[in-house]
Design a protein. Structure first.
Length: 251
């Protein structure tokens, strides 16, 4: 296995990622992993995060690219879902330029807000050959106790996802940018490329009804996998990861 550290530039912001390449001969089937919105909760002991997920997929013979969206991890900038779509577009541009990537098998695997971003971007970019959307909301809403956007922005500021005092310059535009990626508006644009929806039956952050609504709106081919007893954090759910790997390898 080979691991390469990557720094991309988007809107004059550094976007930091890691590309994992398997030992097999290229070209490689490739997945681009897209994480969810930051919660501010400290990682649990022994949790290797998305890099560990990327490494695990690489051991299954896939090239796997993980990066931190703006406002998260080692990347610069401030939390901004409209900006996340540009980050992902640049990540796809980077992968497309790699000679060892099988361009007929370039999939997005997103979780929660990263799944929403994946659906939005893939609906407009035909270089993406398939999307696995895990714990994906049908619409972007604050999902906090009082369902208030200003409270959400303040929460992001408190956990360091919004780092600049003068950001966002317009709260109204920030909110509209977030709403513009609503997956229910874009999910139909993925067909005829395959779509996998994976959701936990006990997800309290994004109830499973969101998955059923997205499935109904999507074109074909499509597949819905509901993980019984699982919650929102599907990255750490072996049954969810197994379903994703089986789907990617079947394409």
């Amino acid at each position: 296995m080979y691991k390469d550290y990557v720094v991309l530039r988007v809107d004059n912001i550094s976007i930091v990622g890691q590309l994992f390449l398997p030992d097999e001969e290229p070209p490689y089937r490739t997945v681009c992993l897209c994480h969810g919105a930051p919660s501010g909760n400290p990682p649990e002991p022994g949790d290797g995060g998305y890099p560990a997920l990327a490494e695990g997929m690489c051991r299954e013979g896939l090239a796997a690219f993980f990066f931190n969206f703006r406002g998260t991890g080692d990347s610069g900038g401030n939390m901004d879902l409209a900006g996340w779509t540009r980050d992902l577009q640049t990540a796809i541009d980077y992968l497309w330029e790699q000679e060892n990537i099988d361009k007929s098998h370039l999939c997005l695997v997103g979780f929660s807000a990263g799944a929403a971003t994946s659906v939005c971007v893939a609906s407009k970019d035909e270089r993406i050959t398939g999307v696995a959307a895990c714990a994906c909301p049908a619409e972007i809403t604050p999902f906090n106790a009082d369902n208030n956007w200003e409270t959400l922005i303040e929460n992001f500021r408190n956990i360091g996802a919004i780092r600049d005092d003068d950001f966002p310059p317009s709260v109204a535009e920030w909110i509209e940018g977030a709403k513009s990626i609503d997956p229910i508006k874009h999910i139909g644009g993925i067909a005829p490329r395959p779509l996998l929806l994976v959701h936990g039956s006990l997800d309290q952050t994004v109830p499973v009804e969101h998955a059923h609504r997205l499935y109904e709106k999507a074109g074909t081919p499509k597949k819905l996998v509901v993980i019984e007893g699982a919650g929102h954090r599907l990255r750490r759910e072996e049954r969810a990861v197994g379903a994703i790997l089986e789907w990617v390898k079947s394409m």
